[in-house]
Design a protein around this ligand. Structure first.
Ligand code: ZN
Length: 297
């Protein structure tokens, strides 16, 4: 039914907002604060602890449609739509062509790693290149937002545990990802600002099938990645079923589903992010996640 965003209002408080349905236009998107629709107190309960993602607690279907005079222009920066996910899962090498371009065999089971939630930033917020890396790369991804507690869920039922979907950018310091002791990836993927997500979460009644969504990365004016979730080795239901065998998934948890071919490290010559770059992740039916690239000071 809706696309939901979060932003900081003039009083410095985080607000949950409905994002206008036509999100593909080039102008700034319009928002309607949920507080205008259901009152400030109820809205505060929805935004606290990301409770709006919990489908057992919040009935989004009861949300009234915004009136024309309730829309406001979105601020230039948004918060990540989910503020404090308990867990952030990421899936490595999950597009067949991307696995091949890295020189790896397509995996026989999902490759799972994580990011800390301190790496989250929203639309418009900068990606900060750390002083200790020289090889920071981009990865456009579809991100799943969990909407119900899930444990040992069969793939056939898995989509009923999804709250919605957003765009994600799995920023990756290749010099800390490759060739480190034990093959560890966690820190390479978890620098502050290395998990842009947004601009909104689109709920599952709008995206009933996440299996055929175009996923693109534009670096400045150049399209670097352009594929579809139809190319996923392990699709969204399979990932939820797999992960829920190990850990309890909870509302607000995020799953970065993997990136298509075209990453900078696989190019000849390699092309890494530099200060002044602008990254845009675009996923069909969701919108565009834009982040400028800054140097660490
Ligand atoms: Zn990734």
């Amino acid at each position: 039914m809706v696309a939901l965003s979060r932003y900081v209002d003039e009083a410095g408080k985080p607000q949950l907002a409905v994002m206008e349905k036509d999100r593909s236009s080039t102008g700034p998107p319009r928002l309607c604060p949920v507080s205008a629709l259901i009152g400030p107190q109820a809205a505060e309960e929805w935004v606290r602890d990301d409770a709006f993602c919990d489908r057992s607690a919040v009935r989004l279907a009861d949300l009234p449609s915004p009136r024309e005079d309730q829309w406001i222009d979105a601020p230039t920066t948004l918060l990540p739509p989910v503020g404090r996910p308990e867990k952030i899962f990421c899936i490595g090498l999950n597009y067949r062509d991307h696995a091949l371009e890295t020189g790896a065999e397509p995996p026989s089971e999902p490759i799972v790693f994580s990011k800390f939630n301190t790496s989250l930033v929203g639309d418009g917020q900068p990606i900060v290149l750390p002083c200790i890396s020289r090889r920071v790369d981009y990865e456009a991804e579809l991100v799943v937002v969990i909407g119900a507690t899930a444990r040992n869920v069969p793939a056939e039922d898995a989509l009923s545990y999804v709250f919605g979907y957003t765009c994600g950018h799995d920023v990756s310091a290749r010099d800390w990802q490759k060739g480190r002791p034990g093959g560890q990836w966690l820190l390479a993927k978890s620098f502050d600002t290395f998990a842009p997500v947004g601009p909104c979460v689109v709920t599952t009644d709008e995206i009933t099938d996440p299996g055929e969504l175009g996923v693109r990365m534009r670096l400045n004016d150049q399209t670097m990645q352009d594929s579809s979730t139809a190319q996923l080795i392990f699709d969204v239901p399979t990932l939820i079923a797999h992960l829920s065998q190990f850990v309890t998934l909870r509302p607000g948890d995020l799953i970065f589903t993997g990136t298509p071919p075209g990453v900078g490290a696989a190019r000849q010559p390699p092309q890494f992010l530099k200060p002044g770059d602008h990254c845009t992740v675009e996923v069909d039916s969701i919108g565009r996640l834009r982040n400028p690239v800054h140097a660490e000071r």
